[in-house]
Design a protein around this ligand. Structure first.
Ligand code: SAM
Length: 455
Protein backbone atom coordinates (compact mmCIF):
# COMPACT_ATOMS: atom_id res chain seq x y z
CA UNK A 1 0.00 0.00 0.00
CA UNK A 2 1.19 3.51 -0.82
CA UNK A 3 1.75 5.83 2.15
CA UNK A 4 0.17 9.28 1.98
CA UNK A 5 2.61 11.73 0.39
CA UNK A 6 4.94 9.02 -0.87
CA UNK A 7 6.46 9.60 -4.32
CA UNK A 8 7.18 6.93 -6.92
CA UNK A 9 10.95 7.39 -6.86
CA UNK A 10 11.27 8.07 -3.17
CA UNK A 11 12.46 4.98 -1.27
CA UNK A 12 11.33 4.68 2.37
CA UNK A 13 14.43 5.39 4.43
CA UNK A 14 15.20 2.19 6.28
CA UNK A 15 18.08 3.63 8.39
CA UNK A 16 16.01 6.32 10.05
CA UNK A 17 13.53 5.35 12.79
CA UNK A 18 10.23 7.21 12.77
CA UNK A 19 10.76 8.83 16.19
CA UNK A 20 13.65 11.05 15.07
CA UNK A 21 13.43 14.84 15.41
CA UNK A 22 11.96 16.67 12.39
CA UNK A 23 14.85 17.59 10.11
CA UNK A 24 16.99 14.63 11.22
CA UNK A 25 16.73 12.78 7.87
CA UNK A 26 17.75 15.93 5.96
CA UNK A 27 20.87 16.46 8.11
CA UNK A 28 21.70 12.73 7.98
CA UNK A 29 21.51 12.76 4.17
CA UNK A 30 23.60 15.96 3.97
CA UNK A 31 26.24 14.47 6.30
CA UNK A 32 26.43 11.26 4.32
CA UNK A 33 26.75 13.05 0.97
CA UNK A 34 29.33 15.51 2.31
CA UNK A 35 31.38 12.51 3.46
CA UNK A 36 31.16 10.90 0.01
CA UNK A 37 32.43 14.11 -1.65
CA UNK A 38 35.24 14.83 0.80
CA UNK A 39 36.43 11.30 1.66
CA UNK A 40 35.72 9.44 -1.58
CA UNK A 41 35.90 12.23 -4.19
CA UNK A 42 32.37 11.42 -5.43
CA UNK A 43 30.99 14.22 -7.63
CA UNK A 44 27.99 15.93 -6.04
CA UNK A 45 25.66 16.29 -9.05
CA UNK A 46 25.00 12.54 -9.41
CA UNK A 47 24.21 12.17 -5.69
CA UNK A 48 21.66 14.99 -5.59
CA UNK A 49 19.71 13.87 -8.63
CA UNK A 50 16.08 13.42 -7.56
CA UNK A 51 15.63 10.38 -9.83
CA UNK A 52 18.93 8.52 -9.67
CA UNK A 53 20.74 10.13 -6.75
CA UNK A 54 21.74 8.90 -3.32
CA UNK A 55 18.91 6.96 -1.60
CA UNK A 56 19.04 9.10 1.56
CA UNK A 57 18.54 12.17 -0.63
CA UNK A 58 15.78 10.67 -2.77
CA UNK A 59 13.84 9.70 0.36
CA UNK A 60 13.38 13.40 1.24
CA UNK A 61 10.46 15.60 0.18
CA UNK A 62 11.17 18.23 -2.52
CA UNK A 63 11.44 20.96 0.16
CA UNK A 64 13.83 18.89 2.28
CA UNK A 65 15.91 18.08 -0.81
CA UNK A 66 16.32 21.83 -1.36
CA UNK A 67 17.41 22.28 2.27
CA UNK A 68 19.74 19.29 1.99
CA UNK A 69 21.38 20.84 -1.10
CA UNK A 70 21.78 24.16 0.70
CA UNK A 71 23.42 22.42 3.67
CA UNK A 72 25.90 20.54 1.48
CA UNK A 73 26.75 23.49 -0.78
CA UNK A 74 27.26 25.84 2.18
CA UNK A 75 29.36 23.27 4.04
CA UNK A 76 31.55 22.67 0.97
CA UNK A 77 31.96 26.38 0.21
CA UNK A 78 33.06 27.17 3.77
CA UNK A 79 34.70 23.90 4.79
CA UNK A 80 38.25 25.16 5.51
CA UNK A 81 36.80 28.09 7.51
CA UNK A 82 34.51 25.77 9.46
CA UNK A 83 37.43 23.40 10.14
CA UNK A 84 39.45 26.28 11.67
CA UNK A 85 36.48 27.50 13.73
CA UNK A 86 35.81 24.02 15.14
CA UNK A 87 39.41 23.10 15.83
CA UNK A 88 39.76 26.35 17.81
CA UNK A 89 37.01 25.12 20.15
CA UNK A 90 38.39 21.62 20.73
CA UNK A 91 40.77 20.83 23.60
CA UNK A 92 42.47 18.25 21.41
CA UNK A 93 42.04 17.29 17.73
CA UNK A 94 39.32 14.76 16.81
CA UNK A 95 40.72 11.23 16.31
CA UNK A 96 42.05 10.91 12.74
CA UNK A 97 39.48 8.22 11.85
CA UNK A 98 36.46 10.17 13.13
CA UNK A 99 35.40 11.26 9.64
CA UNK A 100 31.65 10.80 10.16
CA UNK A 101 31.82 12.83 13.37
CA UNK A 102 33.70 15.60 11.61
CA UNK A 103 31.01 15.76 8.89
CA UNK A 104 28.22 15.96 11.51
CA UNK A 105 30.03 18.95 13.05
CA UNK A 106 30.61 20.58 9.64
CA UNK A 107 26.94 20.35 8.60
CA UNK A 108 25.81 21.74 11.97
CA UNK A 109 28.42 24.53 11.86
CA UNK A 110 27.33 25.52 8.33
CA UNK A 111 23.82 26.08 9.73
CA UNK A 112 24.98 27.96 12.81
CA UNK A 113 27.44 30.25 11.03
CA UNK A 114 25.94 30.79 7.59
CA UNK A 115 22.31 29.66 7.31
CA UNK A 116 19.05 30.90 8.72
CA UNK A 117 18.48 27.88 10.98
CA UNK A 118 17.91 28.30 14.75
CA UNK A 119 21.14 27.33 16.55
CA UNK A 120 19.36 25.08 19.07
CA UNK A 121 17.80 23.04 16.30
CA UNK A 122 21.17 22.57 14.49
CA UNK A 123 22.82 21.55 17.79
CA UNK A 124 20.04 19.20 18.95
CA UNK A 125 19.97 17.31 15.64
CA UNK A 126 23.77 17.02 15.51
CA UNK A 127 23.75 15.56 19.04
CA UNK A 128 21.03 13.14 17.98
CA UNK A 129 23.11 12.18 14.92
CA UNK A 130 26.11 11.48 17.17
CA UNK A 131 23.98 9.39 19.53
CA UNK A 132 22.50 7.43 16.63
CA UNK A 133 25.90 6.28 15.37
CA UNK A 134 27.68 3.72 17.60
CA UNK A 135 31.06 5.11 16.45
CA UNK A 136 30.15 8.63 17.59
CA UNK A 137 27.93 8.04 20.63
CA UNK A 138 30.77 8.73 23.09
CA UNK A 139 31.33 12.12 21.43
CA UNK A 140 27.72 13.34 21.81
CA UNK A 141 28.67 15.53 24.82
CA UNK A 142 31.57 17.03 22.87
CA UNK A 143 29.31 17.77 19.86
CA UNK A 144 26.87 19.55 22.17
CA UNK A 145 29.56 21.61 23.93
CA UNK A 146 31.49 22.61 20.79
CA UNK A 147 28.44 23.62 18.77
CA UNK A 148 26.92 25.60 21.64
CA UNK A 149 30.18 27.51 22.03
CA UNK A 150 30.30 28.08 18.27
CA UNK A 151 26.81 29.62 18.35
CA UNK A 152 27.38 31.69 21.52
CA UNK A 153 30.50 33.33 20.08
CA UNK A 154 29.19 33.46 16.50
CA UNK A 155 30.38 37.00 15.61
CA UNK A 156 33.78 36.48 17.20
CA UNK A 157 34.17 33.10 15.50
CA UNK A 158 33.16 34.51 12.10
CA UNK A 159 35.68 37.36 12.49
CA UNK A 160 38.41 34.88 13.43
CA UNK A 161 37.92 32.84 10.25
CA UNK A 162 37.23 35.70 7.85
CA UNK A 163 40.79 35.58 6.46
CA UNK A 164 40.91 31.81 6.02
CA UNK A 165 41.00 30.83 2.35
CA UNK A 166 37.98 28.64 1.71
CA UNK A 167 39.64 26.16 -0.64
CA UNK A 168 41.67 23.00 -0.06
CA UNK A 169 45.36 23.84 0.50
CA UNK A 170 46.61 22.18 -2.69
CA UNK A 171 44.36 24.32 -4.85
CA UNK A 172 44.77 27.59 -2.96
CA UNK A 173 48.58 27.24 -3.02
CA UNK A 174 48.37 26.70 -6.75
CA UNK A 175 46.22 29.82 -7.22
CA UNK A 176 48.69 31.84 -5.12
CA UNK A 177 51.56 30.70 -7.36
CA UNK A 178 49.61 31.49 -10.52
CA UNK A 179 47.76 34.70 -9.66
CA UNK A 180 49.60 36.00 -6.55
CA UNK A 181 48.29 35.97 -2.94
CA UNK A 182 45.89 38.91 -3.28
CA UNK A 183 44.06 37.69 -6.38
CA UNK A 184 44.04 34.09 -5.06
CA UNK A 185 42.23 35.34 -1.93
CA UNK A 186 39.81 37.39 -4.04
CA UNK A 187 38.99 34.27 -6.12
CA UNK A 188 38.53 32.24 -2.95
CA UNK A 189 36.16 34.86 -1.51
CA UNK A 190 34.26 35.29 -4.80
CA UNK A 191 33.40 31.60 -4.94
CA UNK A 192 31.60 31.88 -1.59
CA UNK A 193 28.76 33.74 -3.29
CA UNK A 194 26.34 31.53 -5.23
CA UNK A 195 26.02 32.79 -8.83
CA UNK A 196 23.03 34.58 -10.30
CA UNK A 197 21.29 33.08 -13.31
CA UNK A 198 22.59 34.40 -16.62
CA UNK A 199 20.74 34.01 -19.90
CA UNK A 200 21.89 34.11 -23.51
CA UNK A 201 19.22 35.56 -25.74
CA UNK A 202 18.58 34.93 -29.44
CA UNK A 203 17.84 38.59 -30.15
CA UNK A 204 17.18 41.86 -28.31
CA UNK A 205 18.90 41.09 -24.97
CA UNK A 206 18.17 44.59 -23.67
CA UNK A 207 14.44 44.09 -24.35
CA UNK A 208 14.49 40.69 -22.62
CA UNK A 209 16.39 42.13 -19.62
CA UNK A 210 13.55 44.66 -19.20
CA UNK A 211 10.81 42.02 -19.69
CA UNK A 212 12.29 39.56 -17.19
CA UNK A 213 13.34 42.16 -14.60
CA UNK A 214 17.02 41.39 -15.22
CA UNK A 215 20.13 43.38 -16.06
CA UNK A 216 21.74 43.67 -19.48
CA UNK A 217 25.44 42.87 -18.93
CA UNK A 218 28.31 44.46 -20.92
CA UNK A 219 29.11 40.95 -22.21
CA UNK A 220 25.68 40.81 -23.93
CA UNK A 221 24.08 38.36 -21.45
CA UNK A 222 21.00 39.01 -19.32
CA UNK A 223 21.45 38.55 -15.57
CA UNK A 224 18.57 37.54 -13.28
CA UNK A 225 19.47 38.27 -9.67
CA UNK A 226 16.04 37.35 -8.39
CA UNK A 227 14.17 35.16 -10.91
CA UNK A 228 10.42 35.52 -10.47
CA UNK A 229 9.75 31.76 -10.55
CA UNK A 230 10.90 28.45 -11.98
CA UNK A 231 12.95 28.87 -15.17
CA UNK A 232 10.62 26.80 -17.44
CA UNK A 233 7.70 28.99 -16.37
CA UNK A 234 9.33 32.28 -17.32
CA UNK A 235 8.25 34.25 -20.39
CA UNK A 236 10.17 33.24 -23.51
CA UNK A 237 11.19 29.76 -22.31
CA UNK A 238 8.53 27.79 -24.19
CA UNK A 239 8.96 29.86 -27.31
CA UNK A 240 12.73 29.32 -27.20
CA UNK A 241 13.83 32.95 -26.96
CA UNK A 242 16.71 32.35 -24.51
CA UNK A 243 18.72 29.74 -22.63
CA UNK A 244 20.59 29.62 -19.33
CA UNK A 245 24.34 30.14 -19.78
CA UNK A 246 26.88 31.76 -17.46
CA UNK A 247 28.01 35.15 -18.79
CA UNK A 248 31.67 33.99 -18.95
CA UNK A 249 30.73 30.75 -20.74
CA UNK A 250 28.99 32.89 -23.37
CA UNK A 251 32.12 34.88 -24.26
CA UNK A 252 34.21 32.30 -26.26
CA UNK A 253 31.62 31.72 -29.01
CA UNK A 254 30.91 35.49 -29.24
CA UNK A 255 34.57 36.01 -30.08
CA UNK A 256 33.99 34.46 -33.54
CA UNK A 257 31.77 37.46 -34.37
CA UNK A 258 29.55 37.19 -37.46
CA UNK A 259 29.59 33.64 -38.88
CA UNK A 260 27.15 34.24 -41.74
CA UNK A 261 27.80 31.90 -44.64
CA UNK A 262 30.45 29.92 -42.73
CA UNK A 263 30.52 26.18 -42.07
CA UNK A 264 31.31 25.72 -38.40
CA UNK A 265 32.02 22.60 -36.35
CA UNK A 266 31.43 22.50 -32.59
CA UNK A 267 33.65 19.62 -31.50
CA UNK A 268 32.54 19.12 -27.87
CA UNK A 269 29.04 20.37 -28.15
CA UNK A 270 26.64 19.13 -25.44
CA UNK A 271 24.53 20.41 -23.80
CA UNK A 272 24.65 22.94 -26.61
CA UNK A 273 24.84 26.44 -25.09
CA UNK A 274 27.68 27.42 -27.38
CA UNK A 275 26.22 25.54 -30.38
CA UNK A 276 23.12 27.73 -30.03
CA UNK A 277 25.28 30.85 -30.03
CA UNK A 278 27.20 29.76 -33.14
CA UNK A 279 23.90 29.24 -34.99
CA UNK A 280 22.54 32.60 -33.81
CA UNK A 281 25.75 34.21 -35.09
CA UNK A 282 24.87 32.92 -38.58
CA UNK A 283 26.95 29.72 -38.78
CA UNK A 284 25.85 26.54 -40.52
CA UNK A 285 26.73 24.32 -37.58
CA UNK A 286 27.68 20.67 -37.14
CA UNK A 287 27.63 19.68 -33.46
CA UNK A 288 29.77 16.68 -32.47
CA UNK A 289 29.33 14.97 -29.14
CA UNK A 290 30.79 11.69 -27.91
CA UNK A 291 28.13 10.97 -25.28
CA UNK A 292 24.83 9.80 -26.79
CA UNK A 293 22.80 10.83 -23.75
CA UNK A 294 24.36 14.30 -23.73
CA UNK A 295 23.78 14.62 -27.49
CA UNK A 296 20.11 13.87 -26.90
CA UNK A 297 19.99 16.72 -24.39
CA UNK A 298 21.61 19.01 -26.96
CA UNK A 299 18.99 18.03 -29.54
CA UNK A 300 16.17 18.70 -27.08
CA UNK A 301 17.67 22.07 -26.13
CA UNK A 302 18.07 23.17 -29.74
CA UNK A 303 14.59 21.95 -30.62
CA UNK A 304 13.14 24.18 -27.89
CA UNK A 305 15.20 27.05 -29.26
CA UNK A 306 14.05 26.21 -32.82
CA UNK A 307 17.62 26.37 -34.07
CA UNK A 308 18.71 24.11 -36.96
CA UNK A 309 21.76 21.95 -36.34
CA UNK A 310 23.36 18.82 -37.71
CA UNK A 311 23.94 16.83 -34.52
CA UNK A 312 26.40 13.92 -34.77
CA UNK A 313 27.22 11.32 -32.12
CA UNK A 314 30.96 10.88 -32.65
CA UNK A 315 34.33 11.01 -30.97
CA UNK A 316 36.12 14.02 -32.42
CA UNK A 317 39.41 12.11 -32.34
CA UNK A 318 37.98 9.65 -34.90
CA UNK A 319 35.37 11.65 -36.82
CA UNK A 320 36.14 12.20 -40.53
CA UNK A 321 34.29 15.16 -42.08
CA UNK A 322 32.68 14.08 -45.37
CA UNK A 323 31.99 17.46 -46.97
CA UNK A 324 35.44 19.00 -46.77
CA UNK A 325 37.09 21.28 -44.25
CA UNK A 326 35.25 23.82 -42.11
CA UNK A 327 35.71 27.58 -41.95
CA UNK A 328 35.74 27.59 -38.16
CA UNK A 329 35.84 25.17 -35.23
CA UNK A 330 35.07 25.55 -31.55
CA UNK A 331 36.83 23.21 -29.13
CA UNK A 332 35.20 23.74 -25.72
CA UNK A 333 37.15 20.92 -24.18
CA UNK A 334 36.43 18.83 -21.07
CA UNK A 335 38.42 20.25 -18.14
CA UNK A 336 38.77 20.26 -14.36
CA UNK A 337 35.97 22.91 -14.14
CA UNK A 338 37.81 24.80 -11.39
CA UNK A 339 36.35 28.03 -12.78
CA UNK A 340 32.83 26.93 -11.81
CA UNK A 341 33.27 26.47 -8.06
CA UNK A 342 30.65 29.15 -7.31
CA UNK A 343 28.01 26.64 -8.44
CA UNK A 344 30.04 23.41 -8.09
CA UNK A 345 32.06 23.75 -4.86
CA UNK A 346 32.59 19.96 -4.80
CA UNK A 347 35.03 20.27 -7.72
CA UNK A 348 37.89 21.31 -5.44
CA UNK A 349 37.32 18.28 -3.21
CA UNK A 350 36.97 15.72 -5.99
CA UNK A 351 39.79 16.82 -8.34
CA UNK A 352 43.54 16.66 -7.82
CA UNK A 353 46.58 18.10 -9.56
CA UNK A 354 46.95 14.69 -11.28
CA UNK A 355 43.50 15.15 -12.82
CA UNK A 356 44.50 18.59 -14.08
CA UNK A 357 47.66 17.17 -15.67
CA UNK A 358 45.79 14.28 -17.31
CA UNK A 359 43.10 16.63 -18.66
CA UNK A 360 45.76 19.00 -20.00
CA UNK A 361 47.25 16.13 -22.03
CA UNK A 362 43.79 15.20 -23.42
CA UNK A 363 43.16 18.85 -24.31
CA UNK A 364 46.50 19.07 -26.12
CA UNK A 365 45.66 16.01 -28.24
CA UNK A 366 42.17 17.40 -28.95
CA UNK A 367 43.51 20.79 -29.96
CA UNK A 368 46.03 19.20 -32.35
CA UNK A 369 43.15 17.30 -33.92
CA UNK A 370 40.87 20.36 -33.99
CA UNK A 371 43.31 22.15 -36.30
CA UNK A 372 42.81 19.36 -38.90
CA UNK A 373 39.10 20.19 -39.19
CA UNK A 374 39.52 23.72 -40.61
CA UNK A 375 40.80 24.99 -43.96
CA UNK A 376 44.00 27.05 -44.16
CA UNK A 377 43.08 30.51 -42.84
CA UNK A 378 40.20 29.00 -40.83
CA UNK A 379 39.89 29.77 -37.11
CA UNK A 380 39.86 27.40 -34.14
CA UNK A 381 38.77 28.76 -30.77
CA UNK A 382 39.95 26.64 -27.84
CA UNK A 383 38.17 27.25 -24.54
CA UNK A 384 37.43 25.70 -21.17
CA UNK A 385 36.30 26.60 -17.65
CA UNK A 386 39.50 25.83 -15.76
CA UNK A 387 41.41 28.45 -13.76
CA UNK A 388 44.65 26.57 -14.30
CA UNK A 389 47.07 27.65 -17.05
CA UNK A 390 48.10 24.00 -17.41
CA UNK A 391 44.70 23.55 -19.11
CA UNK A 392 44.80 26.85 -21.02
CA UNK A 393 47.85 28.99 -21.72
CA UNK A 394 50.28 26.03 -21.51
CA UNK A 395 48.26 23.84 -23.91
CA UNK A 396 48.39 26.54 -26.59
CA UNK A 397 52.06 27.30 -25.88
CA UNK A 398 52.95 23.63 -26.31
CA UNK A 399 50.99 23.34 -29.55
CA UNK A 400 52.78 26.36 -31.06
CA UNK A 401 56.20 25.17 -29.84
CA UNK A 402 55.59 21.70 -31.29
CA UNK A 403 55.21 23.20 -34.76
CA UNK A 404 51.50 22.43 -35.31
CA UNK A 405 50.23 24.16 -38.48
CA UNK A 406 48.61 27.02 -36.57
CA UNK A 407 49.41 30.45 -35.17
CA UNK A 408 47.85 32.60 -32.48
CA UNK A 409 45.56 35.22 -33.93
CA UNK A 410 43.31 38.03 -32.73
CA UNK A 411 39.69 37.05 -32.23
CA UNK A 412 37.74 37.79 -35.42
CA UNK A 413 35.18 39.84 -33.48
CA UNK A 414 37.87 42.02 -31.92
CA UNK A 415 37.86 42.20 -28.16
CA UNK A 416 34.49 43.03 -26.59
CA UNK A 417 34.85 46.76 -25.88
CA UNK A 418 34.49 46.77 -22.09
CA UNK A 419 36.45 43.56 -21.55
CA UNK A 420 39.92 44.46 -22.83
CA UNK A 421 41.40 44.00 -19.33
CA UNK A 422 40.34 40.33 -19.47
CA UNK A 423 42.62 39.57 -22.44
CA UNK A 424 46.29 38.71 -21.85
CA UNK A 425 49.30 39.89 -23.86
CA UNK A 426 48.98 36.93 -26.27
CA UNK A 427 45.40 38.02 -27.03
CA UNK A 428 43.75 35.17 -25.12
CA UNK A 429 40.75 35.63 -22.79
CA UNK A 430 41.25 34.80 -19.12
CA UNK A 431 38.42 35.35 -16.63
CA UNK A 432 38.22 34.44 -12.95
CA UNK A 433 35.36 34.74 -10.45
CA UNK A 434 37.24 37.71 -8.91
CA UNK A 435 37.13 39.84 -12.08
CA UNK A 436 35.00 42.91 -12.58
CA UNK A 437 33.72 43.86 -16.00
CA UNK A 438 31.94 46.77 -17.62
CA UNK A 439 30.85 49.28 -15.02
CA UNK A 440 32.09 47.30 -12.01
CA UNK A 441 29.83 44.25 -12.39
CA UNK A 442 31.15 41.07 -10.76
CA UNK A 443 30.26 37.40 -10.97
CA UNK A 444 31.84 35.46 -13.81
CA UNK A 445 32.96 31.86 -13.98
CA UNK A 446 36.64 31.28 -14.66
CA UNK A 447 37.22 30.76 -18.38
CA UNK A 448 40.05 30.61 -20.89
CA UNK A 449 39.75 31.11 -24.66
CA UNK A 450 42.38 31.46 -27.37
CA UNK A 451 42.01 31.81 -31.15
CA UNK A 452 44.32 29.95 -33.55
CA UNK A 453 44.54 30.37 -37.31
CA UNK A 454 45.24 27.29 -39.44
CA UNK A 455 48.37 27.78 -41.57
C1 SAM B 1 32.73 21.26 -21.43
S1 SAM B 1 31.58 20.19 -22.13
C2 SAM B 1 31.01 21.14 -23.51
C3 SAM B 1 29.98 22.19 -23.16
C4 SAM B 1 29.34 22.77 -24.42
N1 SAM B 1 30.31 23.29 -25.34
C5 SAM B 1 28.35 23.86 -24.10
O1 SAM B 1 28.69 25.04 -24.15
O2 SAM B 1 27.18 23.54 -23.81
C6 SAM B 1 32.59 19.03 -22.95
C7 SAM B 1 31.81 18.01 -23.75
O3 SAM B 1 32.74 17.31 -24.58
C8 SAM B 1 32.31 15.97 -24.72
N2 SAM B 1 33.49 15.20 -25.17
C9 SAM B 1 34.55 14.79 -24.43
N3 SAM B 1 35.45 14.15 -25.20
C10 SAM B 1 34.95 14.15 -26.47
C11 SAM B 1 35.41 13.64 -27.72
N4 SAM B 1 36.58 13.00 -27.80
N5 SAM B 1 34.65 13.83 -28.82
C12 SAM B 1 33.46 14.49 -28.73
N6 SAM B 1 32.96 14.98 -27.56
C13 SAM B 1 33.71 14.82 -26.45
C14 SAM B 1 31.82 15.62 -23.34
O4 SAM B 1 30.94 14.52 -23.37
C15 SAM B 1 31.12 16.94 -22.95
O5 SAM B 1 29.76 16.91 -23.30
Amino acid sequence: MKRAGSQPNRPAHADIPANRKPGFATRAAATKILGAVVDRATPLDGMIDSENGNGAYRSLSKGDQALCRALILTALRHKPQIDVAISGLLDRPLPAGARALSHVLTIAAAQILYLDVPDHSAVDIAVEQANADPRNKRFAGLVNAVLRRLGRGKDKNLARIADVASMPDWFFNRLENIYGPEKAMAISNAQLTPPSIDLSVKADPEGWAAKLGGTFLPTGSVRLDAPSGAIPEMEGFDTGEWWVQDAAAAIPAKLFGDLSGQRVIDLCAAPGGKTAQLICQGGEVTALERSKSRLKRLEQNLMRLQLPVQAVAADMMEFQPEDGLYDAALLDAPCSSTGTTRRHPDVLWTKTIDDIEKLAEVQYQMLRRAIDFVRPGGIVIFSNCSLDPKEGEEVVERLINDGAPAERTAFPAGQLASLTHLFDTSGALRTTPADTFGDGATGLDGFYAAALKRL
